[in-house]
Design a protein around this ligand. Sequence first.
Ligand SMILES: [Zn+2]
Length: 287
Amino acid sequence: MKKLNSVIEPPHYFSWHENIVNSKHTGESKTALQEISVNVGLRYTVLKNNVSNKTIQSITINEEMQENSQYLLDCYKNKSKKTKAIFEKIKSVQSSERTLSFCPYCGVTLPNTHDHYLPAEIFPEFSVHPLNLVPCCSNCNSSKGMRWLEGGRRLFLHFYSDEVSSNQYLHVQLHQRPDALGIGAKFYISENVPQDLSADEWELVRSHYTKLLLIDRYNKEVNSEISSIFDVCRSHLASGGPDVASFLNNYSANEAGIYGVNYWRVVLMRELANSAEFIDKVEESAH
Ligand SMILES: [Zn+2]
């Protein structure tokens, strides 16, 4: 799990919205959007400032925007060329082509949707704000739904602004399992606050994992992932590669550079690299 690069200005964030409105055919929707244009622009600045001041939770609902909800939401739902240009821009500013191979929220599957961090039903004016659109898998998107705040505290990480820690807090414990490979595993999150996070930041990270049931999802995927890592290691040895532990450590270090040290596959590879039992099994099967 790693922070994403955010789209930066210039051009002004509001110009992405304006481009969509300008490209619309003349009609009720375009007229309504033009009438509220100045106030939508002001709301864009509110979101930008709150993101940079790390006070997203203080953004309040705006009645005028809610009254124009259908027009504002159409800017996103119609998926016009100008809307898709925002998606492309978000992709293009990431540090690696591979960054968005996995959903930033979970790291399990392809992010084939965009989450409105501030739910579009509540904040329709931010439906195409580049800081409110987070590439996301449909599983996380539907699981998050309209939830974002509880008792004044945010429930999910905002990957453009929140700190996610560069210390390892996600761990996995290997255990014996009665099947062909014989190795199973269970993920868990450390009880201690990572050194580089405040208590509040840590609570947000924990909430993110809990609300999206991430540990359960990793545990469901882990057996097939161990088999897949096993096969890769066996091919590596069979083709004359050097020892499995260094291979896995190098591989996981590379993946950690892209997805962070708390990416569940990185955590698993590191643990397997340290398991004499796993290494023995790979070596036996390769010879
Ligand atoms: Zn996801």
